[in-house]
Design a protein around this ligand. Sequence first.
Ligand code: ITT
Length: 198
Amino acid sequence: RKVVLATHNLHKVEEFQRILGERMPDLEVVPYDGPEPVEDGTSFAENGLIKARAAAAHTGLVALADDSGIGVAVLGGSPGIFSARWSGTRDSIANLELLLAQTADVRDRDRAAWFTCAIAIATPDGAEEVVEGRWDGRLARAASGAGGFGYDPIFLPAGIPGFSGSAADLAPEEKNAVSHRARAFEAAAPVLERLLPP
Ligand code: ITT
């Protein structure tokens, strides 16, 4: 059984390979190298579906897409769906530095933030579903940690006993046990089982 992963973000590919390898080891994951559709949806779910639909149509395979980002409470949930290009570029350091600058005056107790991941699944014959996962925490005041990608160095996950570092301080398997992507995948797995050909 095969699924095409409709993302050009290599960090997402790596996380999915680990998450899928552990939870659905019999599934073959093929990367998508076809045309990238315009992501002009107004939500994570819509943008995920746009990507999954395009990959399913182009490959003839069941497609899985991830649309994700970080939300900051005092910014009304921004960057949200604009996370990948928040500074106007895809440079993740520029993006996280802008976010730190925008929240420099925000007190510790008001720094609530969260990651969201929408996983969309589309089949070549037009079935589609989308699920979401969320990971709550706080925005750090400075970047730290060497792992992860994107905004991980400035995200302080809540609820990990004895841990006060950033998401970039977590080992891949630790992040993949609790992240927004892992939680979304938990909801996506039964959908995938249902939509994959036998
Ligand atoms: P594709 O559309 O090709 O999948 P993308 O990177 O453009 O790749 P998105 O539009 O979904 O994907 O943008 C997601 C951005 O949100 C991503 O570039 C990161 O900056 C951020 N992000 C998502 N998940 C993250 C995670 O687990 N850790 C840190 N940052 C994350």
